[in-house]
Design a protein around this ligand. Structure first.
Ligand SMILES: Cc1cc2nc3c(=O)[nH]c(=O)nc-3n(C[C@H](O)[C@H](O)[C@H](O)COP(=O)(O)O)c2cc1C
Length: 208
């Protein structure tokens, strides 16, 4: 297989590991992946991402516990019964704690542009979010390249106060995602819409 075909196959072969196998992964591999993440395309080359790599078991436990408390408030306000909330929260916590390493990806507006109007400031913010997401995709691919399992979870986005408190993240830095990293497990087959449904030629609706 030529390099191009191999690379395309590789990109398509990455899958989320929704239920990691327990086991330790080497920090060195994780840091290599984080470094690869920082090579993503990003707005103004502002590199508006920050990563916290959590390896310490006690910190992981604390993080999961405090995120759950914040999440519980949302589920209560949705009107879910206590038993159901306990079930949802404990199974998510159990899944996250199977990870050897947790990576919290954060956003900073530090080097992004500031405009006089809200409209353009909003676009700047979106560009920062897009940049962090680009880095996260690199991160997942780089972990995959090293044979590691990973799953991007939105839990950190939905429980920012807990994440910031536990990890000492400054006020103006926003948690965006939590990536569980560990040994491959719980991988489902790829499900993708056919290209003709999501890509058009020259004009919306013109099929590939
Ligand atoms: C922004 C974003 C948020 C996600 N949040 C979660 C999540 O909270 N829980 C989860 O199990 N998967 C989450 N995922 C992973 C997706 O479920 C997964 O990427 C998608 O189903 C496609 O599967 P694949 O990654 O195996 O191709 C998230 C992915 C993205 C990009």
């Amino acid at each position: 297989m030529d390099v191009e075909t191999e690379l395309l196959q590789f990109i398509k072969s990455r899958r989320s590991s929704k239920l990691l196998e327990r086991g330790v992964v080497e920090l060195d591999k994780v840091l290599k992946a984080v470094e690869a993440a920082t090579y993503a395309a990003n707005a103004h080359n502002a590199q508006p991402w920050r990563f916290i790599v959590v390896t310490d078991e006690a910190v992981k436990q604390q993080l999961v516990k405090e995120m759950a408390l914040e999440w519980r408030q949302d589920l209560l306000s949705d009107g879910l019964p206590h038993e159901k909330i306990n079930m949802i929260i404990s199974s998510a916590a159990e899944r996250t704690l199977r990870a050897s390493v947790l990576i919290i990806a954060c956003l900073t507006m530090e080097n992004m542009h500031i405009y006089r109007d809200d409209r353009r400031n909003r676009y700047e913010y979106i560009m920062a979010v897009q940049s962090v997401a680009a880095a996260l995709q690199n991160l997942l691919l780089a972990l995959h390249a090293q044979g590691l399992g990973a799953c991007w979870r939105c839990s950190a986005l939905f429980a920012p106060n807990a994440v910031k408190r536990v990890l000492g993240i400054p006020g103006d830095v926003e948690p965006q995602a939590l990536v569980e990293v560990g040994l491959l497990g719980g991988v489902r087959p790829a499900r993708r819409k056919p290209l003709r449904e999501v890509c058009f030629i020259n004009r919306w609706g013109n099929e590939v």
